[in-house]
Design a protein around this ligand. Structure first.
Ligand SMILES: *Cc1c(COP(=O)(O)O)cnc(C)c1O
Length: 371
C-alpha cells in the first residue's frame, strides 16, 4: 500500500453540502464580496475567538495588508523568523520594510524570544511570529517583549488553523493574524484564499478598504489599495469545511501521537518537541535526521511519500541574494533546512498508513545500525 503525503480531494461525505454551496453562489448573481464572504468572516472570527475577520485573496496578501494597514513600510524594520516559509518575508519586503531575521529555538523550530533583544533597532516596528508546522510560537514572551518596545505583533497563522496556545486559539494572540486557505493548509479552499483576524476595529476597517481598491464607496478611492478580496465561492466552500476543522485536526493529532509513540528513542532521529503549553494544529509532522536523504529514499521505496519543508531558508534563496547573507549567517536555520523531513499527515490518513510509516522508519533505523 502506498501512503500519499496528503490527499486533497474532498471527503465524499461533504459532496452534497459543497454542491449546494456552489449552486447557492451561482444562483445568487453576486460574485464579489457580499453575503457569503461576510458570513464566513463571522464564522471564522467566532472560531478564532476574535471580533473581526477580513477575507482577502491569499495568505501572503493577508500579512502584507496588515503591515500596510499599520503604516509599516519604507524605512521600517520588521523582525521575522529566519526559519519560515518565504511568504512571511515577502509580505514585509512587498510593504517596503526591511526583514530582520531571528534564529529559532533549536527545540521548537519557532522564533526564539530570547534572541529578540539583539535584533531590535531604532526602526523596528513589528514582529511577525509564525506558528510553523502548526506548532504555536511562544506568544506570551513575544507579546511581552513587543509591548515593552511599542511594537506590533503579527501572527503568521497560515499553518496554525485550530491550534491553541495556553488554551487559547492562535489567531487572536497578537495585534492581528494573517491566514492562508491554500488547499494544503489545515483549512483549505479549492483555490487561493486568505483572511486576517483581529480585535482591532480600526485595523479591520482599514483592511476592508485596502483589500478593495482603497475604496469604501465604489469609485471613491481614499488610498492606493489592492484587489485582494476573498472569493465568495471559496468563502462558501470554506464555511462548509470549517465545521469539520476540529474533527480533522483531532485526526491529525492521532497520527502525530502514533508517530511520537512509535518513533521515540531512535538514535539520531529528532521528533517534534511539544511544550506543555502547546496544542499544535499538526499541519506538518517534521522529524530531523542527519541522513535525511537516505531516510527519504528508504521511505519512498516503501511507498511512503515525504516532503522537505523547506530545503532552502529564505536568506539563502536567490530571491534574497541582494541582501548578501552568506551561508552560515543563520546556522540553526541552515541546520534545520539540511536535516528536516516531513512524514505524511492529514485528516484522511488512517491508522494503518500511520503504522506503516512508523514501521518503515524503524526498519531504516535498524538497517543503519541505530536500533
Ligand atoms: C502558506 C503560507 C503562507 C502564504 O499563504 P498563501 O495563501 O499561499 O499566500 C504564509 N506563511 C506561511 C508560514 C505559509 O505556510
Amino acid at each position: 500500500m502506498t501512503v500519499p503525503f496528503l490527499d486533497l480531494k474532498p471527503d465524499a461525505a461533504l459532496q452534497a453540502e459543497l454542491d449546494a454551496a456552489y449552486r447557492r453562489v451561482m444562483e445568487s448573481g453576486w460574485y464579489i464580496l457580499g453575503e457569503e464572504v461576510a458570513s464566513f468572516e463571522a464564522a471564522f472570527a467566532a472560531h478564532c475567538g476574535v471580533r473581526y475577520c477580513v477575507g482577502v485573496g491569499n495568505g501572503l496578501e493577508a500579512l502584507h495588508l496588515i503591515l500596510r494597514a499599520y503604516g509599516i513600510g519604507s524605512g521600517d524594520d520588521v523582525i521575522v523568523p529566519a526559519n519560515t516559509y518565504i511568504a512571511t518575508w515577502l509580505a514585509v519586503s512587498h510593504a517596503g520594510a526591511r526583514v530582520v531575521p531571528v534564529e529559532p529555538s533549536s527545540r521548537t523550530f519557532n522564533l526564539d524570544p530570547d534572541r529578540l533583544d539583539a535584533a531590535i533597532t531604532p526602526r523596528t516596528r513589528a514582529i511577525v511570529a509564525v506558528h510553523l508546522y502548526g506548532q504555536p510560537a511562544d506568544m506570551t514572551a513575544i507579546v511581552e517583549f513587543a509591548q515593552r518596545h511599542g511594537l506590533k505583533v503579527v501572527e503568521d497563522a497560515a499553518q496554525g488553523h485550530g491550534g491553541r496556545y495556553r488554551g487559547r486559539r492562535v489567531g487572536g494572540l497578537g495585534d492581528a493574524a494573517g491566514w492562508s486557505f491554500y488547499p494544503g493548509k489545515n483549512l483549505g479552499a479549492f483555490g487561493d484564499a486568505g483572511a486576517v483576524t483581529t480585535n482591532d476595529e480600526q485595523l479591520a476597517e482599514r483592511l476592508r478598504v485596502l483589500r478593495n481598491y482603497g475604496s469604501q464607496a465604489k469609485y471613491y478611492n481614499e488610498v492606493k489599495g489592492m484587489n485582494s478580496r476573498l472569493d465568495p465561492l471559496q468563502a462558501a466552500f470554506l464555511q462548509v469545511k470549517l465545521k469539520h476543522l476540529d474533527e480533522w485536526n483531532e485526526r491529525r493529532r492521532c497520527v502525530a501521537h502514533t508517530y511520537l509513540d512509535g518513533l521515540h528513542a531512535i538514535p539520531e532521529l529528532t521528533l517534534p518537541f511539544v511544550p506543555d503549553w502547546a496544542e499544535p494544529a499538526w499541519h506538518l509532522f517534521v522529524v530531523r535526521h542527519p541522513q535525511r536523504e537516505l531516510l527519504q529514499q528508504h521511505l519512498r521505496q516503501a511507498g511512503i511519500e515525504t516532503l522537505i519543508h523547506y530545503p532552502v531558508p529564505p536568506h539563502l534563496s536567490t530571491a534574497y541574494a541582494d541582501c548578501g547573507w552568506p551561508s552560515g549567517a543563520f546556522p540553526i536555520t541552515e541546520e534545520i533546512a539540511h536535516s528536516v523531513l516531513s512524514l505524511p499527515i492529514g485528516p484522511t490518513l488512517d491508522a494503518i498508513a500511520a503504522a506503516q510509516t512508523v514501521s518503515a522508519v524503524r526498519t531504516f533505523a535498524a538497517a543503519s545500525g541505530a536500533v
